[in-house]
Design a protein around this ligand. Structure first.
Ligand SMILES: [Zn+2]
Length: 164
């Protein structure tokens, strides 16, 4: 598929309909048995909606499904010498970014933080959290960030590197 076709498609469809996990939209309300997020009016939220009076049915939310299927929406890969020397500060930054993003958006969560081949690989259930982590890294520690977004698979890969 050419780049031109990609951009045409972007004009026709809103991003959220590309997400294979979020496309499972349905009417009515639900609660996720995994994380107890509520689905109401087309959105997943932490707070139980006041208008929700009946017991909601149980539906696993997109974030819990991504975690169960090991299918992150975002991955931030940290390379270079800097992160290993500043592990604690980096770790604090990553978990703080999750705390802020997750409190506002129920489907934005960390999936895993793993060391692989000298790199730190941070996986997230949502694109926004990956972006937020990369922005926070740039703000706090400079370095170089590159973004690769695959529209077909709704996957954002960000590499961040600092050597000194
Ligand atoms: Zn859930």
């Amino acid at each position: 598929m050419t780049k031109y076709q990609h951009s045409q498609k972007n004009k026709l469809f809103k991003t959220r309909f590309h997400d294979p996990f979020a496309s499972q939209r349905f009417t009515g309300s639900a609660i996720c048995p995994g994380c107890e997020a509520f689905y109401y009016s087309g959105n997943w939220k932490w707070r139980r909606p006041e208008a929700l009076t009946q017991a909601p049915r149980q539906v696993t939310c997109p974030a819990c499904r991504r975690i169960a299927e090991h299918m992150p929406a975002g991955v931030v890969t940290l390379s270079g010498k800097f992160w290993a020397v500043h592990r604690d500060a980096i770790s604090n930054l990553v978990y703080h970014a999750e705390k802020l993003e997750k409190s506002e958006h129920a489907l934005e969560r960390l999936m895993s933080v793993e060391e692989k081949n000298g790199e730190l690989v941070v996986s997230t259930t949502g694109l926004h959290l990956a972006g937020r982590i990369a922005h926070a890294l740039r703000d706090a520690f400079k370095g170089e960030a590159h973004y690769h977004y695959n529209d077909d698979t709704f996957f954002l890969s960000i590499t961040w590197r600092r050597d000194d």
